[in-house]
Design a protein around this ligand. Structure first.
Ligand SMILES: Nc1ncnc2c1ncn2[C@@H]1O[C@H](COP(=O)(O)OP(=O)(O)O)[C@@H](O)[C@H]1O
Ligand SMILES: Nc1ccn([C@H]2C[C@H](O)[C@@H](COP(=O)(O)OP(=O)(O)O)O2)c(=O)n1
Length: 206
């Protein structure tokens, strides 16, 4: 079975996916890491991130997602890109890159080539990439709660993180609509384990 976990920025998608995947004994995939890797390589090459084909031209050789249970990693040839994917400059540039149709097609092809069963997290896993998934979830939380969580992982103050999250949500709106058949979970009042349990409780009988 494929389980999709979509949601807004910093809503808990990757942590929840890791926990659900571990409980099911299957891999999970963080699709956002591929958009982040494309952004990093575009920034390093100094191209215009919004220009048609510019970032795609930087994906040579193509970065590959390694769906490790302890945390997904992205490799390009022998280089582990993962430590550089959550910088503030990648946060700032990634929405422009993710809006490029040719970049979305490149990510989608890589994800669809992965064998089920798996848990997939991102924005459009339940709508565009795996519309026939066996169970779909969509995580939300207020911008403040998400910024407070992210403040443990970024050097900026909570107010600046919150403003950047709101702006990224706005830029990502097109591909971020919940699937009509997704269970929507507000994670604001829940612990991480509470969200994982809520997802597991809603899975169809296996
Ligand atoms: N329900 C929760 N309660 C408290 N902290 C959470 C919860 N879900 C996630 N977190 C924390 O919030 C941060 C962002 O979560 P993450 O899984 O990276 O979100 P996303 O993949 O949506 O960006 C992490 O530090 C994570 O441990
Ligand atoms: N399936 C996806 C996954 C991510 N994206 C875009 C939108 C996001 O701003 C970036 C980064 O995604 P990521 O899930 O790593 O971001 P957050 O952890 O939610 O901050 O990529 C997308 O357009 N489609």
């Amino acid at each position: 079975m494929i389980v999709t976990i979509d949601g807004v920025a910093a809503s808990g998608k990757s942590s929840v996916s890791a926990g659900v995947a571990q409980a099911l004994g299957v891999p999970y995939i963080s699709s956002g890491l591929l958009y982040r890797a494309a952004t990093l390589l575009g920034l390093e090459a100094g191209v215009d991130l919004g220009q048609e084909g510019a970032v795609l031209g930087c994906l040579n050789p193509p970065p590959r997602l390694e769906p490790l249970a302890a945390g997904n990693r992205v490799w390009q040839a022998g280089r582990d890109l993962t430590p550089d994917l959550h910088s503030t400059r990648v946060d700032r540039g990634v929405s422009v890159v993710a809006a490029r149709p040719e970049v979305r097609a490149w990510v989608d092809a890589q994800l669809r080539a992965l064998p089920a069963p798996l848990v997939a997290e991102g924005r459009d896993m339940g709508t565009a990439v795996f519309p026939h998934a066996g169970a779909k979830f969509y995580l939300t939380a207020s911008p403040r709660v998400r910024a407070q969580r992210r403040a443990h992982e970024r050097p900026e103050e909570v107010d600046a993180i919150e403003a950047a999250l709101i702006e990224r949500d706005r830029l990502d709106t097109t591909q971020s609509a919940p699937a009509p058949d997704a269970h929507v979970i507000d994670t604001g009042a829940l612990s991480l384990q509470g969200v994982i349990d809520a997802v597991l409780a809603r899975l169809p009988a296996r």
